[in-house]
Design a binder for this molecule. Structure first.
Ligand SMILES: NC(=O)c1ccc[n+]([C@@H]2O[C@H](COP(=O)([O-])OP(=O)(O)OC[C@H]3O[C@@H](n4cnc5c(N)ncnc54)[C@H](O)[C@@H]3O)[C@@H](O)[C@H]2O)c1
Ligand SMILES: [Zn+2]
Length: 425
């Protein structure tokens, strides 16, 4: 079917009741019969996520070739790139970034942006847009490059989707959350009006280049933070991944996924691959989130509100982990998770150095959080809960009383866990 066939097929059925009035000239016969048009079209989307070794090695061409969609400005045209870099990454890796683009004779502007949750705001996006406009890019073959964590990738994704109604971009994640989560999906966004990711778009990067070398300079706490999103995938769909974390989580944290031992290398590579694969299995059939029951929303029911209220105390993955701890206890109360598995889950959270409690778990805050999430999920809770370890189900009938009982139990388990830890020291 050609586009004009589609139009014709809809035009034919769209005559209004009073549309029969005659024009004397006969010139307007066609338009008189039609007063409603329906346009249907589908946009094919494909994007790639690729592991690379040392993306900033000058002998590697992955980054310089990335995302230009096959088009060029002509052989004689200089290659140009606008590169947005997280300020801390610039401090640690900036010389290599500049040397890489110099080596490949790329005319570039490096836009350094301090990025953490507190500056994940539209103002930061507007600042980047202004700089892009000043530099000037050819929107088909000069993709914006972002090198940073989830915060900067989300902001630059939004910028790219807005700039000239869509400009290709390439992601180089430098945090663990970036590698396994923020760098693989299609969502962009900034916080707004006190709400997490309230402004955003669906706009995947053409290419994401995954280089785990960056994790070497990341704080231990941010490795834990990323392990929380990996644990999420494990709990709701991959029992084997959970076993990897249960057995080797401490080592992965210690080695920062740099493969310093042979066990660390094998476990690290397998953990990353399984986490990304699991995530993509869920995202691909539901990229635009038409289906609101998403297992990958596990841990993201109460956490958006808790994270924003706790800011800057809790990192994203930490807030997600607190949510997962609470909903694990809730699932255990419902008989979906055994006491033994509940304890294995909470022990693994501790081993990954993640929090499973926060004082913001009050009845009032949880009620607010649930209300906001219900609005986000079109009027229903659609709350994912674990079934055993590696399965999930959705519920719509969680009550305030049930939440209060889960909170009480989680607090007691926390206290018991702490006492046991003190005893073994
Ligand atoms: N779009 C999505 O699908 C998606 C998915 C998950 C999370 N997110 C978002 O991601 C954000 C969290 O991402 P994050 O945890 O990467 O946080 P982040 O981007 O704030 O990075 C964490 C900290 O690490 C620093 N840093 C980054 N790379 C470094 C490196 N290699 N070495 C040393 N320091 C480095 C940063 O400067 C920052 O201070 C949240 O805003 C969350 O909403 C988005
Ligand atoms: Zn998340």
């Amino acid at each position: 079917m050609t586009p004009s066939d589609v139009l014709r097929s809809h035009v034919s059925g769209s005559r209004s009741s009073d549309g029969a009035a005659q024009e004397p000239s006969g010139l307007f016969t066609f338009s008189q019969q039609v007063d409603s048009w329906v346009v249907r079209t589908a946009k094919p989307v494909s994007y790639e996520i690729r592991f690379v070794d040392d993306v900033l090695d000058p002998s590697s061409s992955d980054l310089v070739e990335a995302g230009s969609r096959g088009a060029t400005g002509g052989d004689a045209a200089p290659v140009r790139r606008f590169v947005v870099v997280d300020a801390r990454v610039d401090l640690l890796h900036g010389d290599r970034i500049r040397a890489y683009f110099d080596h490949h004779k790329v005319e570039h502007r490096i836009c350094v942006v301090p990025a953490d949750e507190s500056v994940k705001a539209f103002d930061t996006a507007a600042h980047i847009i202004r700089e892009i406009d000043e530099f000037g890019i050819a929107r088909r073959h000069e993709p914006v490059v972002v090198i940073g964590g989830g915060v900067l990738m989300d902001i630059v994704g939004l910028v790219s989707s807005l700039y000239r109604r869509g400009t290709p971009f390439v992601r180089v994640p430098t945090t663990l959350i970036g590698l396994v989560d923020a760098g693989v999906g299609a969502k962009t966004g900034v916080n707004f009006n006190g709400h997490k990711n309230r402004l955003g778009t669906y706009f995947p990067a053409d290419l994401t280049l995954l280089d785990r070398c960056f994790l070497n300079t990341l704080d231990r706490r941010h490795i834990s933070n990323g392990l929380a999103e990996i644990l999420k995938i494990a709990l709701i769909k991959d029992g084997g991944l959970f076993q990897l974390l249960e057995r080797h989580g401490g080592l992965l944290l210690e080695e920062k996924f740099q493969g310093l031992s042979s066990t660390g290398e094998l476990a690290g590579a397998e953990t990353l691959r399984r986490a990304i694969h699991g995530m993509l299995e869920e995202l691909q059939p539901n990229l635009w989130e038409a289906q609101l029951e998403r297992v990958v929303d596990y841990g993201h029911t109460f956490s958006p509100t808790v994270e924003m209220r706790a800011l800057p105390e809790l990192l994203h993955g930490e807030a997600v982990c607190v949510d997962m701890a609470l909903t694990t206890v809730l699932a255990q109360h419902r008989g979906l998770v055994s006491e033994t598995d509940r304890d294995r889950i909470l022990a693994t959270m501790r081993a990954l150095e993640l929090p499973s409690w926060n004082d913001l778990l009050t009845g009032e805050i949880l009620a607010d959080a649930l209300q906001d999430t219900v609005r986000h999920r079109d009027g229903q809770q659609r709350l994912p809960l674990p079934v055993g370890i590696g399965g999930a189900t959705f519920v719509n009938d969680v009550t305030a009383l049930e939440l209060a009982s889960a909170v009480e139990d989680l607090r007691a388990l926390q206290d018991a866990g702490r006492t046991a830890e003190r005893g073994t020291r």
